[in-house]
Design a protein around this ligand. Structure first.
Ligand code: PLP
Length: 506
């Protein structure tokens, strides 16, 4: 039972009040699993209800999480291919040769675009995090070091590197970025390399401000020191090459850059494939072998895994394969032209709105802006949400101010003027409202709490007693929560966010 249920409050986004479900199938009563099987129509009707508070996945008003081409026929082709392969298990590639054939084509297409060749080794994975996990595992196992392996990670790199280090017993050496350009500083990266370093990281681009790290310099410095270098092109791998063809200035970042030893590229981002699709490429087959896993240490079937997951559906692979084929080169180039035009217009337009400032010079299609002169970006985000648009809040970190993040996709161009109008109106409203009012003493209480000593219910009651509904909606009134989090150190933020998850899932 969730916190919201216990307190009789509405559930979190996507939650369904019990009355609504009860109208569809009363047999369910208090049990989760129905006594008798239900028809597909009944189930899908409930699904529609469950989804009713979700953000829209199409149309461009949600500027994070989802990637829309604006071409429904492409997404439909992917969905049909996904469905066709839904029940095929990639656990055993010898049982289902279709998955090897499709994976070779998908990896081959990524290698072709990212400076590799027909024999560049790669792995199809479930997403950026898994690609990064495998790159870190490969580095750890290909070049073992005495002591705890370290990875050098600019602060703007995705937390997937922290997660990989956490899971794989490695240590993260964080490195500050240039405070004006937000790009990683090659000298700082080089200075952080020690004998235990197994990998250095550069992003193309980093997510928070959408800028490309100086990959060539970083990779060269790593190579001089005999250290592997991973380029996180999860966002840019399937975007930057097309943007370059559409006329954008894109610095070198791919496998053709000397010293780059692996690169990740998410097809479920700017490849526009359904979720569960990424590729990690390696500069040599020995590195890929170090990413693989095999076990014959039990009396069951022999386990051979290319990825972290073992049994998994071939649906995402088929969805990615179909999307690449449905769009083709001209499709991706067309989308890149639209994306480039929309990004330029957005960055220019935001820069003209009083109280807003674009951070850095976005080189891909991610635009982040901060608020000044009385415009609180967290309040702005809530105001935009009331107007039907989702702009993603980013907390301040490592000297970078709190800001809002917009991922521009192929569909954005059609609505970019409308988006700018909403941002301008929301900024004006935020100025009128002033900064979020944090209940007095809340930040201090949270900062001084021994979270390990509290159970979830007590934590929720504590937050509720000062007016914050942590178990409730993730919806339009998040400014207080974001403002409180923003005042806390990262470790406290993390502990609170884990609490939030625990409450959310009940
Ligand atoms: C630069 C970058 N790397 C890695 C990831 C992780 O990707 P995923 O969410 O697919 O695991 C993201 C996600 O936004 C990202 O922006």
């Amino acid at each position: 039972m969730s916190l919201a249920d216990r307190r009789g409050a509405p559930g979190p986004p996507g939650g369904v009040p019990q009355g609504a479900c009860g109208a569809i199938h009363s047999a369910r009563e208090n049990r989760v699993l129905p006594e008798n099987g239900r028809s597909a129509e009944d189930i899908l009707a409930e699904l529609a209800l469950l989804k009713r508070d979700d953000l829209e996945v199409r149309g461009g008003k949600v500027t994070a999480y989802v990637y829309d081409t604006g071409r429904p026929e492409v997404h439909d082709a992917a969905a049909r291919a996904y469905f066709e392969m839904l029940e095929v298990n990639t656990l055993d590639p010898t049982a289902f040769p279709s998955i090897v054939a499709m994976e070779k084509q998908v990896v081959g297409a990524v290698a072709e675009l990212l400076g590799g060749g027909p024999h560049t080794p790669g792995i199809f994975t479930s997403g950026g995090t898994e690609s990064i996990m495998l790159a870190v595992k490969a580095a750890r196992d290909a070049r073992p070091v005495a002591g705890r392996p370290r990875i050098v990670v600019p602060v703007t790199a995705h937390p997937a590197f922290h997660k990989a280090a956490h899971y794989l017993g490695a240590e993260v050496a964080p490195v500050d970025v240039d405070p004006v350009t937000f790009r990683a500083d090659p000298a700082a990266v080089a200075a952080a390399i020690t004998p235990e370093t197994v990998l250095v990281v550069a992003s193309a681009p980093s997510y928070p401000q959408g800028v490309v790290d100086p990959v060539a310099e970083i990779a060269a410095l790593a190579a001089e020191r005999g250290v592997l270098c991973h380029v996180d092109a999860c966002v840019g791998g399937w975007l930057l090459p097309w943007l370059a063809q559409a006329g954008a200035a894109v610095p070198p970042f791919d496998l053709s850059v000397p010293g780059v030893t692996s690169i990740s590229c998410d097809l479920h981002k700017f490849g526009y494939a359904p979720k569960g699709a990424s590729v990690v490429l390696f500069a040599d087959p020995a590195l890929r072998r170090a990413a693989y896993f095999a076990s014959a240490a039990w009396p069951g079937y022999t386990v051979i895994n290319t990825t972290v997951q073992s049994s998994k559906s071939a649906g995402p692979l088929a969805g990615a394969w179909a999307t690449l084929n449905a769009l083709g080169r001209d499709g991706y180039l067309g989308l890149a032209r639209d994306t480039l035009a929309a990004t330029r217009r957005l960055a220019e337009g935001v820069g003209e709105i009083p109280g807003l400032r674009v951070l850095g010079e976005p080189e891909a299609s991610l635009v982040a802006f901060t608020g000044e002169d009385g415009v609180d970006v967290f309040v702005l985000s809530d105001e935009a949400r009331k107007r039907g648009w989702f702009l993603q809040p980013q907390l301040s970190y490592a000297g970078i101010p709190a800001n809002l993040h917009v991922t521009v996709t192929g569909v954005t161009l059609k609505g970019v003027e409308a988006m700018l109008e909403v941002i301008a109106e929301s900024a004006a409203a935020a100025r009128r409202r002033g900064p979020a009012k944090v209940p007095e003493g809340l930040a201090d209480i949270l900062a001084s709490l021994d979270l390990d000593a509290l159970d979830d219910a007590t934590f929720a009651e504590l937050a509720a007693s000062v007016g914050v509904d942590l178990g409730g909606s993730g919806g339009p009134d998040m400014a207080v929560v974001n403002t409180v989090l923003d005042t806390l150190p990262a470790a406290t933020r993390e502990a609170i966010l884990i609490r939030f998850l625990s409450l959310l899932y009940g």
